[in-house]
Design a protein around this ligand. Structure first.
Ligand SMILES: C[S@@+](CC[C@H](N)C(=O)[O-])C[C@H]1O[C@@H](n2cnc3c(N)ncnc32)[C@H](O)[C@@H]1O
Length: 282
């Protein structure tokens, strides 16, 4: 049986090559007419490069799809995926936020500030390298404490390098699904792009909601699967990083549902959701 690493390499090569054939068509196929004149390989490639353009492009698309299927048979677990991108995470994270999802993130940032009371306590679920804290600080938010939790030690290490854990900032390595969350209670619980990695995201939202102070808010941003062909394709790619967009009907089951805004992101649809815990009536 071909091992996982080999399947990933083969899958990637098939995808890249297939996409180039689909996009560039005949000129790209012609590049493969190499080798000694008259050799079987060269004659085959010459014959192939003369097929109708639509056939070449269609075969490229089929090859890319086959490559995706091979890749998907050997997905990277969260523990494999994030350490490989830990050092550069902050850089692509900026492109991800400010370029690919600028509107949604601007709205998310506004909601964080709007729902954080002065000197409030924040919990960040799947905090990564701390982009949400950076945004809060840049916006001059009045933070009491910030607790960031994440399963990935390398990402938390990156976080700790730029932000000294101390009186205000607490970082904890834990698995959102299996471990208890920091007690709190918190005034604001945020989560960006982490629910997609969870097997039971609604259960984790429910668990976190229990750590919200009465009158507190949760602000969540994540990708949703609205069933469009593009979203379905993206989901297949996300599967490789052990992630998936959340089904649309799932988030209406979240507790304390307060409001939702949806966005059309470059890689599919996004939901920005606010949950609110009512102030207890005595
Ligand atoms: C796409 S990153 C987002 C990081 C950060 N929230 C941000 O917006 O920059 C997803 C994060 O979820 C974390 N994560 C995935 N599964 C997790 C789990 N079961 N428990 C805790 N964290 C998890 C990953 O380690 C990673 O840091």
């Amino acid at each position: 049986m071909i091992n996982k690493r080999m399947r990933r390499i083969v899958g990637l090569l098939l995808i890249v090559d297939g996409l180039l054939v689909t996009l560039l068509g005949r000129p790209f196929v012609k590049l493969f007419r190499f080798g000694p004149r008259g050799s079987a390989y060269r004659r085959l490639m010459t014959w192939w490069s003369r097929r109708p353009a639509w056939l070449l492009r269609a075969s490229g698309a089929i090859q890319a799809a086959a490559g995706a299927a091979v890749l998907n048979s050997a997905p990277l677990s969260v523990h494999e995926f994030y350490p490989t991108i830990a050092e550069t995470h902050a850089k692509h994270d900026t492109a991800w936020r400010d370029w690919l999802h600028a509107d949604a993130h601007a709205a998310f940032d506004r909601l964080m500030v709007q729902h954080l009371p002065p000197d409030g306590d924040i919990l960040d679920l799947g905090c990564g390298t701390g982009a949400n804290l950076t945004r809060l600080q840049q916006m001059g938010a009045d933070i009491g404490t910030y607790t960031g939790v994440d399963i990935s030690r390398p990402l938390l290490n990156q976080f700790a390098q730029k932000e000294d854990p101390g009186a205000i900032v607490h970082l904890e390595q834990l698995n959102l699904e299996a471990d208890p969350l920091p007690e709190g209670p918190f005034d604001l619980i945020v989560c960006t792009w982490a629910l997609e990695h969870l097997r039971y995201p609604a259960a984790v939202v429910q668990k976190a909601y229990a750590h919200l102070r009465p009158g507190g808010y949760m602000v969540l941003l994540f990708g949703v699967n609205t069933g469009y062909w593009w979203g379905r394709l993206v989901n297949r790619i996300l599967h490789f990083a052990s992630a998936r967009q959340l089904p649309e009907d799932l988030y209406f089951t979240f507790p304390g549902f307060h409001r939702i805004r949806t966005y059309r992101g470059a890689l599919g649809d996004l939901a920005l959701i606010v949950l609110r815990k009512p102030i207890a009536v005595s």
